[in-house]
Design a protein around this ligand. Structure first.
Ligand SMILES: C[S@@+](CC[C@H](N)C(=O)[O-])C[C@H]1O[C@@H](n2cnc3c(N)ncnc32)[C@H](O)[C@@H]1O
Length: 215
């Protein structure tokens, strides 16, 4: 399959034997990972039966039924502990990602690595990863179809808590002076200033501080 820049960025972080593709929908992440050799086996899970049907059809069409298994399941409930090396949760909101990670912390901790791409509320995800006993070992941001998407890589382990600004924007992209993050913050700042209401001043200050980190 030909995947979007967002999905390709996620696939580029995969380099293991087994993955789980949680909230797989079309299963394009699993398919692209198998086709590129980034993984050898995938368990693709979704809560929606229609999505699972769609996934099965795509997997069959790509001749990958032998290496991608589909499961109708909520979050990681369909996985056994330690069943896969890396768990990917992409294209869903940060709140749902936290629910999925915190539903069974022991099971969550049985996986070595998570690749997480929240559609919104990324800061909740970063906080929740720390609470669950994971450290954020890498982070990227991709601009695709007019939207900015963070991609967060986490491994089991502990690290000191982030500051508020680091939870909001990601410590690693701030430290790396990530150009895509800088674009994103500059755009947000212009939009916030255009609205011009006092309630937004605190938010504007936070964005301005982040921009100082990035310049
Ligand atoms: C926008 S799609 C994301 C597809 C793919 N992961 C991607 O990044 O392109 C969101 C999917 O999340 C699924 N979903 C929502 N809540 C879920 C849950 N609790 N457990 C598993 N899948 C869920 C939906 O059924 C839908 O297929």
């Amino acid at each position: 399959v030909n995947v979007s820049k967002r999905l390709q960025t996620i696939v580029d972080y995969i380099n293991v034997q087994t993955i789980a593709d949680i909230a797989c929908d079309h299963a394009y992440i699993s398919i692209a990972a198998l086709q590129s050799g980034a993984a050898r086996r995938s368990v693709a899970c979704d809560i929606n039966a229609f999505s699972i049907e769609k996934a099965k059809k795509n997997i069959l069409a790509c001749g990958l039924s032998g290496s991608i298994e589909t499961r109708l399941a909520n979050g990681i409930r369909g996985l056994l502990p330690s069943e896969v090396d890396t768990v990917i949760i992409a294209g869903v909101g940060g709140r749902l990602i936290c629910e999925i990670l915190e539903y069974d912390i022991e099971k969550t901790k049985s996986f070595n690595r998570f690749i997480i791409q929240p559609q919104r509320d990324a800061q909740l995800t970063r906080r929740c990863l720390h609470r669950a006993g994971f450290l954020i070992c890498d982070e990227d941001m991709v601009f695709d179809g007019g939207i900015y998407y963070p991609v967060i890589i986490a491994e089991r382990g502990n690290e000191p808590p982030y500051t508020d600004i680091q939870y909001t924007f990601g410590k690693i992209p701030l430290e790396n002076k990530h150009l895509v993050l800088k674009d994103h913050i500059s755009l947000k700042l212009r939009q916030l200033k255009d609205i011009n209401i006092p309630e937004l001043n605190e938010k504007i200050e936070l964005y301005e501080e982040a921009l100082r980190w990035l310049s």
